[in-house]
Design a protein around this ligand. Structure first.
Ligand code: PLP
Length: 390
């Protein structure tokens, strides 16, 4: 019998991938499945970005790069943050990693161990909880409420801090809810955190450009008082439809930079060199494709909310960001998991149970609207027919 660590037994997973696998299997058997389960743009990576990677390969960028990323890419990240968020950061603090997830992995590995506490959003991206459990730290959920539009409340975060708290994980715009935390609430949170100088913050801002109704992104980078303990997580996956390229970055405070770089050297050495050149083209090149994609998501957002609210037993607020709706399905009388399974197996619609994102996700379903308006309407029609027993 092989003996793996107890920590391995605590490692969770991301159910969305299991739903995708089952949906693919059902499709292969001839079933028609509308996929509202997966969290990735249904667009192709813009052509000029692909071309930059092809050129990099032809130009001979085939070797290892510095662990934190090539200098022009880190400079491009700093320039992008300056342009978008009006913040000045030293490019040397940028660590490029294979996907947004890796910054999260490093941050939790750095702070998690038995005896430590880490706060994380619930419902929230499932990997936060999985990694905290892996390290043996205590995972302390920050419950997000439907009637607050699933925004963080500063009070709710601050009231959960204890002398054992080492790290607070925040995510806005959020997966799975589409919730956006208003700037005033982040102001209050940042002010409150000034009384807790030993608490680090991981701000997952991977959906920072997927905001609607002319909202301006409220980044945690805007708070100088947090600069020496803020880890910013962002990346290319969502903004540039590059989920398969595995490109993300962290902006690390000086004190943690060496640790992040050593973790990179110990795990992946560096990110695929050609992908890094593509990353430069994405940030420095034309942004029209991003605008077009966000405009398309905005249109679908309206469709999805309208359609979901027409399903008996469903109630859905309007999400302010990302590309997820998170309807309350309690009125159907079914649990989230039962509904997820039944909708996939019987109605041919892939969604993800709210409980895949934490216990506070019971009674909700995550519906990704990274699909055409036509498919969203057809999916809602299938759900209505299924629930009415037709
Ligand atoms: N953070 C959040 C909130 C996400 O939803 C995701 C992906 O779904 C990630 C991070 C990870 O992104 P990546 O695919 O770049 O690792």
């Amino acid at each position: 019998m092989l003996q793996t660590t107890a920590a391995m037994a605590r490692l969770g997973t991301e159910t969305a991938f299991a739903v995708l696998a089952r949906a693919t299997q059902l499709e292969a058997s001839g079933r028609s499945i509308i996929n509202l389960g997966i969290g990735q743009p249904d667009f192709k990576t813009p052509e000029h970005i692909v071309e930059a990677a092809v050129k990099a390969l032809r130009d001979g960028h085939h070797g290892y790069t510095p662990a934190g990323g090539i200098a022009p890419l880190r400079e491009a990240v700093a320039a992008d943050l300056a342009k978008r968020l009006n913040v000045e950061i030293d490019p040397g603090r940028v660590v490029v990693v294979p996907g947004g997830k890796v910054t999260m992995f490093f941050a939790v590995l750095m702070f998690g161990e038995p005896g430590a506490e880490i706060l994380y959003p619930d419902p929230g991206f499932p990997i936060y909880r999985s990694l905290i459990d892996y390290t043996g730290a205590k995972a302390v959920p920050i419950p997000l409420e439907e009637d607050q539009g699933f925004a963080f409340s500063a009070e709710s975060v601050l009231s959960r801090l204890t002398p054992a708290t080492r790290l607070v994980i925040l995510n806005s715009p959020a997966n799975p809810t589409g919730g956006v935390t208003p700037r005033e609430e982040i102001d209050r949170l940042a002010a409150g955190l000034e009384d807790h100088p030993r608490v680090a913050v991981l701000s997952d801002e991977i959906y920072s450009q997927m905001l609607y109704d002319n909202q301006v992104h409220a980044s945690l980078l805007h708070y100088p008082a947090l600069a020496d303990r803020l880890i910013l997580l962002d990346g290319w996956s969502k903004t540039y439809a590059m989920t398969g390229w595995r490109m993300g970055y962290g902006v690390w405070p000086e004190a943690l930079l060496d640790g992040a770089t050593r973790l990179a050297v110990n795990s992946h050495s560096c990110v695929n060199a050609a992908a890094q050149w593509a990353g430069i083209a994405a940030l420095a090149g034309p942004q029209d494709a991003v605008c077009d994609m966000v405009a398309a998501f905005d249109q679908r957002r309206r469709v999805v909310v309208e359609e979901l609210n027409r399903i008996p037993g469903f109630r859905c607020g309007t999400p302010g960001g990302a590309f997820y709706a998170f309807p309350n399905i309690a009125g159907t009388g079914r649990s989230a998991k039962d509904l997820e399974v039944d909708l996939l197996e019987d109605a041919g619609v892939a969604t993800v149970a709210g409980t895949s994102f934490g216990i506070y996700g019971e009674g909700f379903l995550r519906v990704s609207y990274a699909n055409s308006a036509e498919n969203i309407r057809a999916a809602a029609e299938r759900i209505r027919a299924f629930l009415s027993g037709a």
